[in-house]
Write a new protein. Structure first.
Length: 477
């Protein structure tokens, strides 16, 4: 099965050398011109079949989607748009494709339609580009932390704790549905379950990562997380990937610096290593925006937007400052917000976050020092008794992309906060032990990987940046 990748052929000096390529037929015109793609590049290789040189039965099997093997001579292309082409002298059909049933005909398909055939959408240039960028970003994340001496920690997917305290979890159980064991008071008897207790799919690896940080100083997790949230927005998934660093001997400022450095590193890596894909996605977005009214179009194209994030420091303001900006904005006064900002303490919605980023500051924003009532139990309390050392990073078009905080390292205050939020301390004894035995200031954050991919690719629906999206009433493939 020796072959030369199309990506390599397109940069090869043609000298009538014999080469073999394998790939999938994108188009076959005039029973002579095959556009072949093997996934190594977004570009197709034009392969020319001399008329009447191949058995007619073979010609009939060269259909869109078919996998074929071609051998021929590489020559300089006589046509426009490509430097080389293959003059074919041998054809082998590796896998037929029924042209009447194949859903990816050579025409423009809507993203909604492509989600319905997610098992085939990798064969389109849009999704080939998206998932190559996704791969590059995953590699960049690991490289970033490795260069800084972090330890990659694999935290459990099945857990007995709710890190966020939100209760929106998928239960893991082997108990029978039709004859569930019960306790004397009628509750499900989880002691008879596989793990002997109630368990669920993790919503975060943070708590376990903190345990690692208390010995290894700098750790990070990068794995799947799950939220049983009945949300059908373009920004939410039931299964998604999270990057969660935890750093000992660090405060909120260190945390913000690390998060900003990580985001800029990832953006720069994509611009440097995914030139073909980012250029394609930029042009795709320009074509898509032509359908919008002029005042709704982006001021910058995709590459300009990404470069803008690299060239400017993120704006850092407190939640209190943000509330003042929002409350006094014309948007709020003219009631253009769906959720009006009336008083301090409101939980900011995506529309508020995007206003701060896209309208007011026109660059990424880091919000800090949120009211403790709207944040998780583990965040370090400020001396004012009202706010916590939390931080969210807001990006244009996305809203929140990073959420983090300096963690509460003081045992008494942590226990007090857990009591206020009715979080059973006995179930998190192991977490509290880190505050009993050698506690220290530490901080961390969570970066939603799909939201990062969404921003860097310019896609508008989070279901289009993960291979097989899991959403309410959808677990296909």
């Amino acid at each position: 099965m020796d072959r030369t990748k199309i990506k390599d052929l397109l940069t090869t000096t043609p000298a009538h050398q014999s080469v073999t390529v394998m790939g999938w037929v994108r188009t076959f015109r005039n029973t002579q011109f095959i556009a072949l793609n093997d996934g190594s590049t977004l570009q197709n290789l034009q392969c020319v079949v001399a008329l009447n040189s191949v058995d007619e039965q073979i010609i009939k099997r060269i259909t869109t989607g078919a996998a074929i093997k071609l051998t021929g001579n590489l020559i300089a292309s006589l046509g426009k748009g490509q430097a080389v082409e293959l003059v074919v002298n041998q054809i082998e059909i590796l896998g037929d494709s029924d042209a009447t049933a194949y859903p990816l005909q050579p025409k423009k398909h809507s993203l909604e339609f492509l989600r319905e055939i997610a098992h085939l959408r990798f064969r389109t240039n849009t999704f080939a580009a998206v998932f190559k960028v996704r791969h590059a970003l995953a590699f960049a994340i690991h490289q970033f932390f490795n260069e800084r001496g972090f330890v990659y920690l694999h935290t459990p997917v099945i857990t007995g704790s709710d890190a966020e305290g939100a209760g929106e979890m998928f239960r893991v159980s082997t108990l029978p549905f039709d004859n569930t064991p019960r306790t004397d008071d009628g509750k499900v008897n989880f002691k008879e379950d596989f793990f002997g207790k109630e368990t669920n799919l993790t919503v975060s690896g943070q708590l376990e990562a903190e345990l690692g940080a208390m010995a290894l100083s700098e750790v990070y997790t990068f794995g799947p997380t799950f939220r049983a949230e009945n949300s059908n927005t373009t920004r939410h998934l039931a299964e998604f990937w999270m990057i969660e660093p935890e750093v000992a001997f660090a405060d909120l400022n260190d945390n913000m610096d690390l998060a900003e450095a990580l985001l800029k590193y990832a953006i720069n890596y994509a611009l440097t290593h995914c030139v073909e894909e980012i250029e394609f996605l930029k042009n795709r977005l320009i074509e898509e925006e032509k359908q919008k009214p002029q005042d709704e179009r982006s001021e910058m194209d995709l590459i300009q937007k990404l470069q803008f994030c690299l060239d400017h420091s993120f704006e850092r303001i407190t939640y209190t400052e943000a509330i003042d900006i929002l409350r006094n904005s014309n948007h709020n006064k003219k009631k253009k917000f769906k959720y009006l900002i009336d008083a301090w303490g409101a939980d900011l919605q995506s529309e508020h976050e995007r206003y701060l980023v896209e309208k007011h500051f026109k660059k990424p924003v880091i919000l800090t020092d949120y009211p403790k009532q709207i944040k998780a139990f583990y965040m370090r309390q400020n001396d004012d008794g009202k706010t916590v050392r939390a931080m969210d990073i807001l990006f244009p078009g996305i809203g929140e992309i990073v959420g983090g905080s300096q963690r509460e390292e003081r045992l008494q205050l942590l226990q007090q906060r857990m009591d206020e939020m009715h979080i059973p301390a006995q179930e998190l004894y192991w977490y509290l032990d880190t505050r009993r035995f050698g506690t220290c200031p530490h901080a961390g954050f969570g970066l939603g990987f799909e939201r990062l991919v969404l921003f860097i690719t310019g896609m508008t629906n989070i279901r289009d940046v993960i291979p097989f999206p899991r959403t309410p009433h959808n677990a296909e493939f």
